[in-house]
Structure formats: structure tokens, C-alpha cells
Design a binder for this molecule. Sequence first.
Ligand code: HEC
Length: 151
Amino acid sequence: MKMKLVLGSLAVVVGAGYGAAVMAQAKPDVLVKQRQSAMVLIGKYWGPIAGMPTGKAPYNAERVATNAPLLEMLAKMPWDGFHENTKGENSRALPAVFTETAKFKDGADAMQRSLTNLVKVSKGTDEAATKAAIAEVGKTCSGCHETFRAK
Ligand code: HEC
């Protein structure tokens, strides 16, 4: 029993060490490139559905049902790229990212929630509800960019 406990904590220590090593390997400029890449792909799958609520783009339920799960997955990816060590890097991230961290995280969480909701709603046949859910996602993009992304 005692041995098991010791082995268990050893695994935790080794695991933590490995995690730190992985973080240390990611150079700041690489992290920036990766987080921007995630955002670029978010833009790719967002673009075709963004205009549907206002009628700028024709409503296409199939397109929404395809893109929403991709967006939901991509929305998990940028955040660990906003590591402290990227502070001085050339990017569009404003300094507030590193000072108003709770607000930034709230913004990321709101985006994730809105996309989870869009995935759910887009499985149905309610066009109005789907458009409303798309509009909600859009608010989370602009809400965060306003405070945390340079123009
Ligand atoms: C919690 C904050 C936050 C949310 C939510 C967010 N973004 Fe961003 N986004 C940023 C920041 C910060 C940058 C600048 C990153 C950089 O330059 O390192 C950015 C950059 C981008 C870029 C430019 C990438 C490049 O390098 O050219 C695109 C496109 C983008 N976001 C699209 C979106 C879309 C679409 C959504 C919503 C579906 C969204 N973002 C939601 C914070 C956010």
C-alpha cells in the first residue's frame, strides 16, 4: 500500500517534469506562430458562416453543421500559446492579455461555450435558433478582440 503511494507520487513528479520540459522547448516565437495559426484556422471555418445571421451570406444548414464542430475543437487551441514568455514578441496580442488574465480566460471560455451551443443547435432544424447561436459566437470574437487584439 505504502509502496503504491510512493510509486504514485513518483509518477506525478516525473509527469510534472516532463510537462515542464515540453513547455521549455516551445520557443516564444513558435508559440506565437502556433496560436496565430489556430486563430487563422478559426477564421477559415468562421468566415463562411459569420454572415448568415444578417443575411450577408445565404443560410446553409449543412455548412454550419460541418464548421461548428471544427470551430469547437479549434477554439481549444490558441490559449496555451499566450504564455508569459511571449510577452515581448511581435504579435497583435495587446499587453492586457498578460495583465487582465481572468478577463481573457473568461473571453476564451465564453467562446467555447457559445460554440458548444452552436454545435448542439446546428444538429436541429431550427434556422432562427441556429442563426442566433452563430450571432452569439460572433459577439465572443469581437468582444475579446476589442480588448486584447491590436487593430
Ligand atoms: C479570448 C480572446 C479571443 C477570442 C474569444 C477570439 N480571439 Fe481571435 N485573436 C485574439 C488575439 C489576442 C489575437 C492576436 C494573436 C496574436 O497576434 O498573437 C487574435 C487573432 C485572431 C486572428 C488573426 C490571426 C493572424 O495572425 O492573422 C483571427 C483571424 C482571429 N483572431 C479570429 C477569431 C474569430 C473568428 C473568433 C471567434 C470565432 C476569435 N478570433 C475569438 C483573441 C481572441
